[in-house]
Each structure stands twice: as C-alpha cells, then as structure tokens.
Ligand binder design. Sequence first.
Ligand code: ADP
Length: 625
Amino acid sequence: MSIRLKVILPYLLLTLVVAVTGVYVVTRLVASSLSERLTNQLLEAGRVVSDGLARQDMSHLEAIGVIAYTNGMAEALIEGNSEEVYRLGFPAGASQGIEHLIIVDRLGQERLFLVRQKDGSYQSFSDMGTGSISMVQRLLNKPASESFLSRGIGKNPIDSRYYYYTAAPVTLNDNVAGVVMVGTSLDTIAPFLKSISLADVVIYFDQGSAISTTLGAMNKDTQFIHSLSIPDDHYMQVLSTVDIVTGETIEVDGRSYRLARGALRVSGENIGAFAVILPLNFVLQEGGDSRNFYVVLFMAAMLGVILMGYLISRLIINPLYTLVRASQAVAHGNLGQRSGIKSKDEIGLLANTFDEMTSNLQTRTVELQRTYHVLEQMDRTKSNFIEVSAHELRTPLTLINGYTQMLKTRAAQDPDLGSMAGGILDGYDRMIEIVNSMLDVSKIDSQTLKVSRSPVQSKLLILRVQKQLQPALDERKMHFLIHQSLECLPPFWADPELLYKVFYNLIINAIKYTPDGGVIRVTGRIINHANGSEIEMVVRDTGIGVAPQHQELIFEKFFQTGEVRLHSSGKTKFKGGGPGLGLAIAKGIVEAHHGRIWVVSAGHNEDTLPGSAFYVRLPCEGPGA
Ligand code: ADP
C-alpha cells in the first residue's frame, strides 16, 4: 500500500465512522424533537378545539339570550301563540345567522322550528316533535330559579345532519315559559375548529361513531367518515379522561397522520369526543431534510479530510518521490545525481545524508576508476613483458637444446658427461614448458587463443594426461582413479590440445598440493538443460584444500597462496612452486570454450587435508561454435 493511502485511509475511516454516527445521532435528535413538537402541537390543538366549542356555545347562549329576552316572547309562549312566537323569533334568529332555531312552550308544545337553508334563506317547519326530546324536557321540568342550561348533539330530521345544540329556558316572573334551543351544524363547527386549531378535526358521538370530520377529500362520504370511528370502550375511555391523549397514527389518502383525542366538554358537560389530527409528513420531511443536510455536511467534511490528507501526503511523499528518483538514477550509474531536497525535517535529513553518501561514492568511484586504469595499464605492460620475454627466452633455449643434444651424442662414450647433458635437457624441458605457459597466457590476455574443435573423448583425454604424469604419480605414490562415469560421457566438440592443457594443469596441481599417498579422482557427468546440455568433469584430490578467500583469486595469473620464497622448484613435489599460471591458463581455455571453471573446497588445512574439487563445465557445442 502506498504511503499516500496509508495517510489518507485512517483519516477517511475515522471520518466515515464519525460522520455515520453523527448523522445517526443528529437525525435521531431531530426526529425525536420533531415528534415531541408534533405531540405538543396536537395537545395544543386539542385545547384550542375545546375552547372553540366553548366559544360556539357562548355564541349560542348570546343568540338564545337575545331571543328569550325579546319583548313579548315569554308572554307569547305562555299564551301558546305560535304566530307571535314566529313573528318575534324569526327575525331575532335570522338576524343572528342561527342555523337551527327551536322554540317550545312550557307545555312542551313546539312553537317554532326554523332551519337555515344552503342558500341562506330560512324555512320553518311544524310538528317536528322536538318538545318531547330530553334536552327540552329536562329544562321544562326544572323550576326557573335553578336557571339550567342544556347541551347536546343531535340529528336534524330536516337535513339529517348532526348539530350541536344549546338550550335555555325562557322565564317570566320566575316561571318557565318555554325553551329556546339553538343549533349549529357540525359541518360548520368542524371547519371552524380546524381554522382556529390548525389541525384537522374528527367529532365522535354515540358509542364512538365518527359523525363529522375535516379530514380527507372534499366530497367525503359517510363510509369514509364512519371509517374514522373508534370502538365504544375506547370512546368511553376518552370521555372519562380529563386530558387530551395522543393516539395512534392513521393513513388517509396515502398520507400519515398522528392524532390526539379528548372529550368535547362544555361547562363540565360531556357532549361527545373529538380528535385533532396533524400530518406526520412534516416530521418525516423535516427529519429527512435535516438528515440530508447533515449527510451533505459530513460528506463535505469527508471531502475536506481527503483533501487535507492528500495535501499532507503530498507534503510528505513528493520529497520521497524525488529521493526515490534520485536513488534510482544513482542505482543506474548516474553518480552525479543529487536529490536537491533542502527541507529541515527528517526527510530533508535523509536526503542530505543520501546526497553526501552519493557524493562520497562518486569521489571513490572516480578514484577507483583511476586506479583501475593504472592497474589495467600495468597489466598490459606485464602481459607485454611476458610475451616479449617468452619470445626472447625461446631463442637461447633453442640454442641450448641444440648444443646439449650435440653434446649428448658426442658423450656416448662418457656416461658422466651423458648424464650431465641429460640434466641440462631436463632443465630445458622445464624451462620451455614455462615459456610455453607464458606464451599461452599472453595469447589468452590478448584474446588470440585459437580453438580448433574436434570430437573429444573424455576418458581418452584424461588417460593421455595420466600417461604423461604417471612417473610423478608413481614417485609420489598417488592413487589416480578415473571414474567409470567418464566412459558414459558422449564425445563433445572441443579443442583436444587446449583441453589437454586444462586437465594437465588441474591434475599436476592435484599432485602438487596433495601429500604423498593421496588420492586423485576424476569424475564426469552430462547435465541436460532446456536449452542444451553440458559436460561436467571434476578433478578431486585429498590435498591441503583452498581457503574460501582464495577460491576465485587462484584463477588469476601469477597468484600463489603460499610464500614464494618457500616454494620448492620441483614440478611435482608436494607444494612445489610453479609460476602461478596453470589455473589462469585453464580458466582462459575453458572460457574460450564458453564454459566455466571453479573450485569447491572446505578450506585450506595442511593437517586435516580437506581436499579440493575443480569443476569444469563445457557446453556441448557443435563443430562450428
Ligand atoms: P602454480 O604454478 O602455483 O601451481 P596455479 O595457477 O596452478 O599456479 O595455481 C595457483 C595456486 O592455486 C597455487 O599456488 C595453489 O596455492 C593453489 N592450488 C591450485 N591447485 C590446488 C589444489 N589442487 N589444491 C590446493 N591448492 C591448489
């Protein structure tokens, strides 16, 4: 994961958690406070409805007062004069806009039954039987001194609508002369109550049946109104409760409403019950709105956090990227590259250290390159010297050889002289061998070594070397073993003469660096790869071994591990000195065949004799390789 993500992600997660919790808590708070507000509003609306009905009752009483105290009304009622009651009552009722006016005389005889029509005109009816209804009877049966009022809801037989009625006695000289009853349709009262309470209203009557409501469509039918009814026991419970109580949530026309119910009570008298209803959508709406608002707010906060995280990460990461680019350039060899970061923080410190390090590296590299060039030059001089001296030595050596041969022929009769000449010839052989090695090395150095390939049989190659070195092996009592695996190796294309030199050097070294009586073993195998096969031949000895730090160096020309002054001059003597060219030649030849040579040894120890194994691996190439 990139550092940028590592910086931003924790911030983001944290903000997300805070945002989700925040939105949840805030919307819960808003919703609960809104729901509380709704309840309060409902209760308030309920109180307003109760007051509204009382106000309606007051206006009834005022109208009754005007009619009852109209001059001559009481007398007309006592006389049972219907015409007079009509003459006095009609204008009094009509002028006050009374919807329904009933006047009954003291004997319960109906004297006026006036109903306001839809068009505002009044129509009177007779013999509607209102004198016997309980509201009227209750008043007629009381003495005038008790000044009783009667209220209730009833159905108007003319228009079959429910009305709220208030009835009061008409008195004359402390005697009840009759009763005046004023009614207002609930279809008028309910909208009025709605207008003052700002809530829809339902009015219940008689065992909980809903008889009027402002709720729903304009043309609401009785079935709809009836659907708002409540069970009888619930109705009785509402009537018995003093307070207004919040009730259930209802669905009308796909909208949700919350309602509260209370008793319709005027001057302590239960008239019926009502419900006030407020739509819930404004709670949901406001809750949703506030949730949306907070979601947007927190989203903005989150974006801010991401932006901040991004900016912070840029501040941290950009110098890091610069540092990475600089280090990549240095890794690709551009040591002149510097980060150029100058800040004083930890990254600046790191960049400074990096720049300093690169600068030191550059200085060292320049020094090393200079030294390398000097060494290269010296090596070239050395190679030239080897080549020149080898050529220079060959001529006198050839002379020495010629003359010594002649001397040996002439000394046929003198055995002492003959053996001296033989000694000179042995020295010549050794010297010419060294000179040839020098020439080989200079060819390898100048890459002029020629490889003439022909099929090589591994075992024959080793047998040839063995034959050459048999006297030395015998002298040193060495066991030379050629493993049978060598016989199984297929012939491979290589330069037999050059390979002879490789194994000659390896085996003569094995003789030299193994004490008398040691074992030298030569093994071989073929290694098959996907892209060809290789011949591997190994020369193992039970000698003094090679220290790990020398295992590469011994393949360099003139490298010798022991002290030069301690070397004996014997070619095959134990630890006998050589010019230090054998392995360099072997390596040069193997590499000219595109192969590899290396040594495996547990280390150098002249007491425990860990031994060495020299591996030669050559690709099986065709004749033209
Ligand atoms: P030299 O003429 O000294 O043998 P070489 O190039 O053949 O030169 O070998 C280099 C050095 O490698 C030797 O001086 C010797 O220390 C070490 N060396 C080579 N072969 C063996 C071996 N079989 N066991 C231990 N040391 C070896």
